[in-house]
Design a protein around this ligand. Structure first.
Ligand code: PLP
Length: 434
């Protein structure tokens, strides 16, 4: 009789899934040309023609702005640094509040702390998992300066409602679109849905250059302030004649010519990679459609999704077993992806723990041991603050990456077999807590 792998049976598959590799001969040639030029980065941290970087960085910025439809692109060395630039550019002062989703990677919120800003967490939408405009409105106070929304898992934010709130309350809307390059809402690319949008080009994203990030904006002033924060603002403002000095404390967030050259090649591949990802999502959804406890993610009307991860819902009542028991049993049936053994099987319960439940916020210790910047105000980071987000994370959601473009129909069928096997033997899991 078949036994679940988690109980010692034979797993459905042990051969690793194919690696997701997006780089090849185009990137090699582009890198060789930069190396042959002898100049791997052309920035100068003073007011000079090269304050804005070299040919590859500038070409990448022009191509990125044209592709996504924005007036300015500012390349940086990560999305994290892009988010820090964006928050600094707004002019956040210590103690100012920024409303942010708790269901995101930590950098979305720590970029606020870097400037002494206070992250105020609002809940997520039950259907789409992005920042819920209704809860954002409830959390606005006289100290609120900005909203930081995330196109989480690749789903575009509710831009019309958030833009309306931003306009009515004179707030800046920052869009963290690290997970959604190529997604659209009403025909507009994510990254252009707020006053500034920030992309990631790290190794785990749809397209990458090792590490990198890009900020988009239509606003000349915000673009200039991001460029300054990227490259030692304090050393540049005087010669450049900049008089708005708040947050003109710069960093070295510069992208090298090497990364820019690779990112240019990668941008040309985005459409094709996204198409394959969407096709694999459909295959997976068809393959598990007969399991009544699993529902595929909903798509916001007039939106297209980029599926950074495929975030599905699991109904424990329908299944008669808790989500964690079921998903951990499916995990045990499947292998990791090649080149990513350390990350294990790309299937997990929930996503990251809602940020306010993490030690940084629970202990209110960020910079130094004295509680700065939390000591500048009062914040609610108690369990139960964002019940929708907590419910999704603790009981309802599972995320996987079996739709990566490297996966074939046969690979996805193996995944389907693992789900089928656990579904048919789920009675063996009853009574297990996880
Ligand atoms: C939503 C989100 N924001 C920010 C980041 C940070 O990106 P980076 O690693 O490029 O700094 C990530 C990375 O996973 C992310 O998923």
């Amino acid at each position: 009789m078949t036994t679940l792998a988690i109980h010692g049976g034979e797993p459905v598959r042990t051969k690793p899934f194919p690696a997701y590799v997006t780089v090849g001969k185009e990137e090699k040639q582009a890198l060789a040309a930069v190396i042959d030029s002898g100049c791997l980065s052309k920035y100068l941290g003073v007011w000079h023609e090269q304050f804005l970087g070299g040919e590859q960085v500038r070409a990448l910025e022009a191509e990125w702005a044209a592709y996504f439809g924005a007036r300015h692109a500012v390349a940086v060395n990560s999305c994290t640094s892009g988010l820090i630039c964006a928050v600094g550019a707004v002019g956040i002062s210590p103690g100012d509040e920024v409303i942010v989703t708790p269901y995101t990677m930590s950098a979305t919120a720590t970029a606020i702390l870097v400037w002494g800003g206070i992250p105020v967490f609002a809940d997520v939408e039950p259907g789409y998992y992005c920042l819920d405009p209704k809860d954002v409105e409830r959390k606005i106070t006289p100290r609120t300066r900005a909203i930081m929304a995330v196109d989480i898992f690749g789903q575009p934010i509710d831009a019309p409602a958030l833009q309306d709130l931003a306009e009515r309350h004179r707030l800046t809307l920052i869009e963290d679109t690290a997970q959604a390059p190529g997604a659209k809402l009403d025909g507009r690319h994510t990254g252009t849905l707020g006053h500034m949008g920030v992309f990631s080009l790290n190794y785990h994203k749809h397209i990458h250059c090792g590490e990198g990030g890009i900020i988009l904006t239509d606003d000349d002033r915000l673009a200039e302030r991001c460029q300054l924060i990227r490259n030692h603002a304090e050393a540049v403002v005087e010669a450049k004649g900049v008089t708005e000095l708040a947050n003109m404390v710069g960093f070295n967030f510069r992208m090298t010519e090497l990364e820019a050259a690779v990112a240019r090649c990668q941008l040309r591949k985005l459409d094709g990679l996204l198409k394959r990802r969407l096709a694999n999502v459909r295959l997976f959804e068809e393959r598990v459609a007969h399991i009544p406890a699993i529902s595929a993610p909903r798509l916001r009307p007039d939106a297209s999704h980029a599926y950074y991860v495929h975030a599905c819902r699991f109904d424990a009542e329908v299944a008669g077993v808790p989500r964690d028991a079921f998903i951990n049993a499916v995990r045990a049936e499947l292998p990791h992806h090649e080149l990513r053994r350390a990350e294990g099987v790309k299937l997990g319960c929930g996503y990251v723990r809602p940020l306010y439940l993490q030690p940084l916020f629970q202990k209110r210790i960020a910079f130094g041991a004295g509680g700065y910047p939390f000591s500048l105000g009062e914040q609610d980071y108690a369990k139960g603050l964002c019940p929708v987000c907590e419910g999704l994370h603790e009981r309802e959601l599972f995320t996987h990456e079996f739709m990566l473009p490297s996966m074939t129909e046969v690979d996805i069928d193996d995944v389907g077999q693992a789900f089928d096997k656990v579904w048919s033997l789920r009675h063996e899991l009853r009574g297990r807590q996880e």
